[in-house]
Structures are given as structure tokens and as C-alpha cells.
Design a protein around this ligand. Structure first.
Ligand code: PLP
Length: 455
């Protein structure tokens, strides 16, 4: 037990200030400097609303962390979790052991996924799934006698979670700097980001990216490359939507060179962009699809890596795939996921994501178009990005988009998140038109105000 800091008297109290103080003392939050004193302690959620300890209501335009497909506070999911926990809360899925929710979920996922997908490997979340997928791609080639195929192609500005493999594949210096040697044999390519035209030397975005991909394969050697990994729409970068021909053309080059395609659908799967999988939307058939987040709408930490028969066959050869997580195929998580997918289907949330997401996109485009700090409004379904610029002609990024996101929350009670170059929105698929109006009005109000820090 720690004796360095005496437990504050506040620890027995649940007043807002006492909780804030205890939080500051005891919790290390991702991406939060110790100098930040502000805390928001949430106590309750319902649909797209959240309430904090002071009873203040917020509109959650971030969908938790891009995952609250069916919205907060669904009794159906709580009931399923409770009854599964009473029956069989957990048992391992290593070796020959299995459980009914995991079996049913795997079958459901394969039926929803693109035709090439035939098997599923469960995880507890996105980062674990990415690690599994990267290792699977190398192991697949290894089992086929091609152990030299170890290189991974990724993109600048990608986000693939924070473990060493996915963290290396992520294309931001902040996930690498200070962490010592990262995973070797990872190469970053140019992201297909049409608005950032300076990236493409005046060429067509897809033509440039494909030529660069071909050159890179030539340089490293197809015999040395295991896989290319990419988010169909780049989330953390700012909901960057590639041109329609990007993924099919990438796919063609990879197939020609016996390089696997891993789609990181941790955000895009399960209805967020109006389809079960972005692979469908972009008309591409990956070898491996990594999913998490929306599979349970965040009610339980769960992920699923979906793979083709070809990949599964090599992983399961000989002594099987030597990689397992304690929570592989967690029965409670899988039962919650099944119920969550049922709600998505039953309430037609795919169509709703397209309809209300399209409404919100139009609304934002109309209401923000004339503002000098708005470079571009873009997105698909309920995955929307607003690229903020200091200057519209030069497209120079606005230096501190986080200040805008903070102001939208503090001043209007709407929770949005900043991305590398703007704001990103990913509300529940159950969002209403009135809520979409409120999100747009709040962002416009902040962007039309000049804040002391110049935002
Ligand atoms: N991949 C993508 C595209 C993500 O956006 C995230 C998380 O936001 C991850 C992977 C990592 O998932 P997790 O945070 O569940 O580990």
C-alpha cells in the first residue's frame, strides 16, 4: 500500500470537488498533463446525452470514443450482460475450449462480412486486434515458407492503436518519440488526403499514392513485404476519406505482389459509415479486417479480427497459431456483441447512420462554409471531420484545434473531439435531427467567436 500520500478526507465523499481532487491525485489519464486541473466526471448516459456529477447535461457528439453505435444506457445490453454473467461469466477459449456466445458471434460476423472472410479471432479491443493482425500477416507467410516477408506498409498520419506494433504503424511522431526502438520493418506511405494537395506534387491523389506504393514495393522487394495496413477512412488524422478508386487500386497492386491487405476497421465497422464494413463501401476485399469498438457499442471491451480462409488455413496449420489473449472469446463480451448487432439490425441503424449523418454533413457544410477557419467539411455516415485552417488559401492548419473542441464543450455542452487538424464527430447512430442541429450550431457559435488564444 502506498504511504507517500495520505488518502484525502475527500475519498469518502462523492461531492464533485472531492471527486475531482481524488482523480487528480490518483488517475493518470491518457493525453492529460498534470497541470490541467479541470475534470468532468460522468455519472449517467442515455441515448446521446450524458450527465456529470453536477447534473449538467452534455450532447455526446463523439459517441464515447467513436463507438456508441446504439447510444448510451440501453437496458437490453445490461440485461444480456447480467444474465450471461450468471450463466457463465468467463472461461478460456484457448485450445479446444469454446462457448456458445463466441461461436454464434463468430458465425454472425462471417455472414455479415465480405465473401472472402471465413474465420474470426477475438480480442479485448482494437490495439490487441492490430497486434494480432500484424503477427498473423507475418506468420501466414512464414508458414508458407516465405519467412523473409516481414515488412509492413502503413501510412503517415495513420492511427492503429498504441501497442508497439500498431504504435509503430501509426504515422505520428508522438506515438514513437521517447519510446525507444519501435518495431523494425515498417514503412510509411503518403496518406490519400485529397484536401492536402501539397502532398501529391500536383498529381492526382490516387495516381500519386499508387505510384509511390509500386516504387516502395520495388525498393523493399515484394519478397520481403508481409502486408499493408490502413484505416479505410483515417480517423485520428481527421476523418480523411480517400478517393473512391484508392482502395481497389491498392488491392490490385498488393494482390499482384502477394502482399496481404489488413483493413483497420476498428472505427468504421458495424454501421458507423452506413454499412456493416467499410470494405463493402469501398468495394475492396481485404485478407484481414480488424474490428472492435462498435462491436459492443462500448458496453464491453471486445474486438474481433476477421480473416480469409487462406490466412486461417496457414495460422491453424501444424501446432496452430501461437498467440492467445486471456480474454479471447469472452462469453459475456460476445453475448453483449450479439445483442448489440441485433439492435443495429432491428432498428435499421445502418440506414439511419447514412440518413442522419448525411443530414449533419449538409448542415455543417451549410452553416460553416462561410467561416474563414473552416477548410473542409467531409465524412461518410456518422464519421465526420471539419478541417480547420489558419488560412484558407494556403490551407495552413489551425495551430490549436483542441481549444475549439474544449470551447464547444464548455460553452455549449456538446462533446466533440479535436483531431490532428480539426474537429471530428462520431455520434451514436441513433442521433436525432434536433441533436444534429445542436451540434452544428454549437460549433458555428465557437468558430464565429474570437478566443483569447487566437482560435
Ligand atoms: N485502430 C483505429 C483506427 C483506432 O481508431 C483505434 C482507437 O481509436 C485503435 C485501432 C485502437 O483501439 P483500442 O483503443 O481499442 O485499443
Amino acid at each position: 500500500m502506498s504511504t507517500a500520500t495520505p488518502a484525502p478526507a475527500a475519498s469518502t465523499s462523492s461531492s464533485t470537488e472531492a471527486l475531482h481532487q481524488l482523480d487528480r491525485q490518483r488517475i493518470v489519464h491518457p493525453y492529460l498533463p498534470a497541470s490541467t486541473t479541470e475534470r468532468v466526471v460522468m455519472t449517467r448516459g442515455k441515448a446521446s446525452s450524458l450527465w456529470d456529477t453536477d447534473g449538467r447535461e452534455y450532447l455526446d457528439a463523439t459517441g464515447g470514443l467513436w463507438l456508441a453505435q446504439v447510444g448510451h444506457g440501453r437496458d437490453e445490453l445490461a440485461d444480456v450482460a447480467a444474465s450471461q454473467m450468471r450463466e457463465l461469466e468467463y472461461f478460456t477459449s484457448f485450445w479446444e475450449f469454446s462457448n456458445q456466445p463466441a461461436i454464434e458471434l463468430a458465425d454472425r460476423l462471417v455472414r455479415l462480412a465480405p465473401d472472402e472472410i471465413s474465420k474470426v479471432y477475438f480480442t479485448s479491443g482494437g490495439s490487441e486486434g492490430i497486434e494480432a493482425a500484424l503477427k498473423m500477416s507475418r506468420y501466414h507467410h512464414y508458414r508458407r515458407g516465405k519467412e523473409e516477408k516481414t515488412w509492413i506498409l502503413a501510412r503517415e498520419r495513420a492511427y492503429h492503436g498504441i501497442a508497439y506494433g500498431g504504435g509503430t504503424a501509426s504515422g505520428f511522431g508522438m506515438y514513437h518519440d521517447g519510446f525507444g526502438p519501435m518495431l523494425p520493418h515498417v514503412e510509411h506511405l503518403t496518406p490519400p488526403w485529397p484536401y492536402r494537395r501539397d502532398l501529391f506534387d500536383g498529381q492526382d491523389c490516387t495516381d500519386f499514392c499508387i505510384a509511390e506504393l509500386e516504387r516502395t514495393i520495388e525498393r523493399i522487394g515484394a519478397d520481403n513485404i508481409a502486408a499493408m495496413i490502413g484505416e479505410p477512412i483515417m480517423g485520428v488524422a481527421g476523418m480523411v476519406v480517400p478517393p473512391d478508386d484508392y482502395w481497389p487500386r491498392v488491392r490490385e497492386v498488393l494482390r499482384r505482389n502477394d502482399i496481404l491487405l489488413i483493413l483497420d476497421e476498428v472505427v468504421t465497422a458495424y454501421g458507423r459509415i452506413g454499412s456493416w464494413f467499410a470494405a463493402e463501401h469501398f468495394n475492396v476485399d481485404p485478407d484481414i479486417i480488424v474490428t472492435a469498438k462498435g462491436i459492443t457499442s462500448g458496453y464491453f471491451p471486445l474486438g474481433a479480427v476477421l480473416m480469409s480462409e487462406d490466412v486461417a488455413e496457414s495460422l491453424e496449420a501444424d501446432s496452430g497459431f501461437p498467440m492467445g489473449y486471456t480474454y479471447n472469446g469472452h462469453p459475456t463480451g460476445c453475448a453483449v456483441a450479439l445483442a448489440n448487432l441485433h439492435i443495429i439490425e432491428h432498428e435499421r441503424l445502418l440506414a439511419r447512420a447514412s440518413e442522419i449523418g448525411g443530414y449533419l454533413l449538409d448542415k455543417l457544410s451549410d452553416e460553416l462554409a462561410d467561416l474563414p477557419r473552416v477548410g473542409e467539411v467531409r465524412g461518410v455516415g456518422m464519421m465526420l471531420g471539419i478541417e480547420l485552417v489558419a488560412d484558407r488559401d494556403s490551407r495552413e492548419p489551425l495551430p490549436n484545434p483542441q481549444a475549439v473542441a474544449d470551447a464547444v464543450r464548455r460553452e455549449h455542452g456538446v462533446i466533440v473531439r479535436d483531431s490532428a487538424q480539426g474537429l471530428v464527430l462520431s455520434p451514436a447512430l441513433t442521433l436525432t435531427r434536433d441533436e444534429a442541429d445542436r451540434i452544428s450550431a454549437a460549433i458555428r457559435a465557437v468558430l464565429t467567436t474570437t478566443h483569447p488564444d487566437g482560435t
